[in-house]
Every structure is written in structure tokens, then in C-alpha cells.
Design a protein around this ligand. Structure first.
Ligand code: CTP
Length: 408
């Protein structure tokens, strides 16, 4: 057997391995051995059901670390709280991930240590599901899988094959070396390592009075996907986000704001940055004077008239900075007609380096939707990408950034 050396992308990584209750738990010691060979640090959590298939002693001997089992263990909690345990890893790996654990995760339930860690962690989570074929194919499990993937959970396997229960089909846990390969791919080349990135995302809310505000339909999906992709590529990423329902992307520092002026302040506070991507749908105007009290329908007074003031343009401000201008400033041009023509003019006007022009006319479903059709406007000829998911747009943009910076 060739023993892999420290060149594995897993070298020096900390893996929190949650071993669930299934027959595949017998493969956990081999998995730990493979990870340790690649110089990853492994810390194990064994569920109550996992105890039925493997032992804390086996896991502890191979990981050369203690094994955590109980949410309410006084010693464990005083020495290493469960929140800390969930954060002190580079990735949380669940192998085997049972239907029960997946269901708890999808529902956000935390009845034991494993589920609590999975809810409390701010790190990427990878599942290696293992269960009976009928359980795997059951609509409830498939529904949970869809939810978990939408939440950004990574999944390796399961494989097709003969099962311990005598049935045949998908549900066998991926082999330890396949799980290792998935982890290596996850931690793989990090072309933007050592760089700092700043991303704006979501809408802004501009108050009219203490209960009303002006907003727009931006979901934040594209900006959040870009921040996640930059972080995956190794950039230290700050995401300045208006109000959205998007989950915080793994490995990204999120700063929440409401108004355009707060967004600008948060962006400036996050400098210096090598890369800035302004994907937020910033309100161009705010109400000049926010009413201190709720505006009332006064008898016979008619509707109030609002006076507007212009908001700062964050993209133009970052692009125009003399000091600490990010090396590569990228904006979006949301247009409903003459998309490329308007985007070219917008790039010139705002002084940014690249613009991703996108057609947001209602028929495209881009605003709030999952897909995006973009054209990259730079010094080179306009480059129209095929229709892609917002996640794919993010990955392709990061790839282009890496190429531009000579790091691909
Ligand atoms: N943008 C910004 N600050 C603003 C307005 C826009 O940072 N106050 C950024 C957006 O994040 C996007 C780009 O500027 O990257 C273009 O946004 P868009 O809404 O298309 O352009 P506007 O400047 O609002 O121009 P118009 O409404 O005239 O199309």
C-alpha cells in the first residue's frame, strides 16, 4: 500500500467525524485510518445508535483523540462546549449518515450531541448516507436530501450494491477511499488562497417611517452564491448583505445591514480587499427625511408626498477610491432592455473593471429565481455565457477571476 504523504489537500485539515448508527459504522475505523494517513486531524462523535456497531475505544485509538458521545456530559461541556466542538473543525463529516440523522438535520432538530453539532456548526458539512434501499428511495428521505442540498450540505454516495440486510440497490455507504476523495476534491486547489474578497448581496431597505420601508425583489441568491464560491476558492471573504432569507454561506464572514448607507460603511470597513463583487440590488433613492413616528392617514389630508434623496453608489465609490481601491472591482448591470449597450455604458460610468450584464425583465425570472443569463463585459469583447444556475454563474465568475489573476 502506498502511504499518501502531506501533499494531500487534507494535510493539516481538522475533520469532525460523526459516526451514526448503521452497519456501515464498522467502516469508520478504516475511514479514520485513511484520513490520518493523509495527515488530517480527526475528532469523533459517536451517536447512541452508532455505539451498537463500533466502540469509542476503536475510534479513539485510531483518531488518537477522545471521542464525544453525550450532549449533557459535564466533563465534556466544561472542557470543550458543544458549540466550540462544532466550530473547531474545517469540515463536519457524517459517516454513516442515517435516514434518522438526515431527517433531524432537514428539520433543524437537535435532540442529541450529533444533531446539535450539525445545527450549531458554521463549517461545511458532508454526508455519506447509508441505509436500506427502500429507506433511501422513500420520498421522505429524498425530500430531506433535497432540502439538505439546498442548505449547501455536501453529499458523497450512496453506492449501488448488495446490502447487509440482503437487499440490493442504492444505499450502501461510499467506501472510505471515495469519501476521502470527496473531501480532497472539496479542499482541493484553492486558487484564491491568501486574497481578500468583498461581496455585496440582497436588497436594501430604506425606511419611510418606523414601520414602512422601500425595498426591491432581490433574493440575494446570486451574491450569496458568489461569496460561497470565493470562500471555497480560498479567498478570505466578507459578505455585506441586506435583508434576505438566504442562509449564511459556509466559511464566509457575514455583515448584515439594512440601508444603502450602512452597506457602504460596512464595505469600507471591510477594506482592503483584492476583489470586490457588488451584486446587491441597492436602492437608488431613500426617503430624504425618515418620519420619526408612523405616518397617519389624517382626515381629508390625502396620501403623503415623499421627497427622495440619492443613495451613495457603492460600486462607483469602491471603483473610484484613490486609496485601497480593490484590485478587481466587479459589478452587475440589471437591465430590462438594450442589455449589453446599457451595461457597457454602466461600466464606463461606474469605473469598475468588469460588469456582469443580466436581463432582469420579468419574463426571464432572474430576479428572485434560481437561474441567470449573463454577459461579462470587460476590456475584451462581451462574453455571453449560456443560461446557468446562479451557483454555476458564481463558479464560472470565480474561475474567470482566478484566470485573470494568473492563479487558475
Ligand atoms: N450599485 C451600487 N450602489 C447603488 C446602486 C447600484 O453598488 N446605489 C451597484 C449594484 O450592486 C450593481 C451595479 O451597481 O453592481 C448596477 O446596479 P443597477 O441597479 O443595474 O444600476 P443602477 O446604478 O441602479 O442604474 P440604473 O437604475 O440607472 O440602471
Amino acid at each position: 500500500m502506498t502511504v499518501p504523504n502531506g501533499a494531500s489537500p487534507l494535510a493539516g485539515r481538522r475533520v469532525l467525524l460523526i459516526v451514526g448508527g448503521g452497519i456501515a459504522a464498522v467502516k469508520a475505523p478504516d475511514l479514520i485510518r485513511r484520513l490520518r494517513e493523509r495527515r488530517a486531524a480527526v475528532r469523533c462523535v459517536l451517536t447512541a445508535a452508532g455505539h451498537e456497531f463500533t466502540t469509542p475505544l476503536a475510534l479513539s485509538s485510531l483518531s488518537e483523540d477522545r471521542v464525544f458521545t453525550d450532549l449533557f456530559d459535564l466533563t465534556d461541556e466544561s472542557e470543550m462546549g458543544h458549540i466550540q466542538l462544532s466550530r473547531q473543525a474545517d469540515i463536519v463529516l457524517v459517516a454513516p449518515a442515517t435516514a434518522n440523522l438526515m431527517g433531524r438535520m432537514a428539520a433543524g432538530m437537535a435532540p442529541d450531541l450529533a444533531a446539535t453539532l450539525l445545527l450549531a456548526t458554521d463549517k461545511p458539512v458532508m454526508l455519506a448516507p447509508a441505509m436500506n434501499v427502500r429507506m433511501w428511495l422513500h420520498p421522505a428521505t429524498q425530500r430531506n436530501l433535497t432540502i439538505l442540498k439546498q442548505d449547501g450540505v455536501l453529499v458523497v454516495g450512496p453506492n449501488d450494491g448488495a446490502m447487509a440486510c440482503g437487499e440490493f440497490g442504492p444505499g450502501r455507504m461510499a467506501e472510505p477511499l471515495e469519501i476521502v476523495a470527496a473531501l480532497e476534491a472539496h479542499f482541493g486547489p484553492r486558487p484564491l488562497q491568501g486574497l481578500r474578497a468583498l461581496v455585496t448581496s440582497g436588497p436594501t431597505h430604506e425606511p419611510i417611517d418606523p414601520v414602512r420601508y422601500i425595498a426591491n425583489r432581490s433574493s440575494g441568491k446570486q451574491g450569496h452564491a458568489i461569496a460561497a464560491a470565493l470562500a471555497r476558492a480560498g479567498a478570505e471573504t466578507v459578505l455585506v448583505s441586506g435583508p434576505t432569507s438566504q442562509p449564511d454561506p459556509a466559511g464566509v464572514e457575514v455583515r448584515r445591514i439594512e440601508t444603502a448607507r450602512q452597506m457602504l460603511d460596512a464595505c469600507e470597513a471591510a477594506l482592503p480587499a483584492d476583489i470586490a463583487v457588488c451584486a446587491a440590488a441597492v436602492a437608488d433613492w431613500r426617503v430624504a427625511t425618515e418620519a420619526g413616528e408612523k405616518l397617519k392617514k389624517e382626515k381629508g389630508g390625502g396620501p403623503p408626498s415623499l421627497a427622495f434623496a440619492e443613495n451613495p453608489d457603492i460600486l462607483a465609490t469602491l471603483s473610484g477610491r484613490r486609496e485601497a481601491r480593490p484590485g478587481l472591482v466587479i459589478g452587475f448591470a440589471a437591465e430590462t432592455e438594450k442589455v449589453i449597450e446599457h451595461a457597457v455604458a454602466k461600466r464606463e460610468r461606474k469605473g469598475c473593471d468588469w460588469i456582469l450584464a443580466n436581463d432582469v425583465s420579468p419574463a426571464t425570472g432572474t430576479f428572485g429565481g434560481d437561474n441567470n443569463s449573463v454577459t461579462l463585459i470587460s476590456d475584451a469583447a462581451p462574453d455571453t455565457w449560456p443560461p446557468l444556475s446562479k451557483q454555476q454563474v458564481a463558479d464560472r465568475l470565480v474561475q474567470r477571476i482566478a484566470e485573470h489573476l494568473g492563479r487558475a
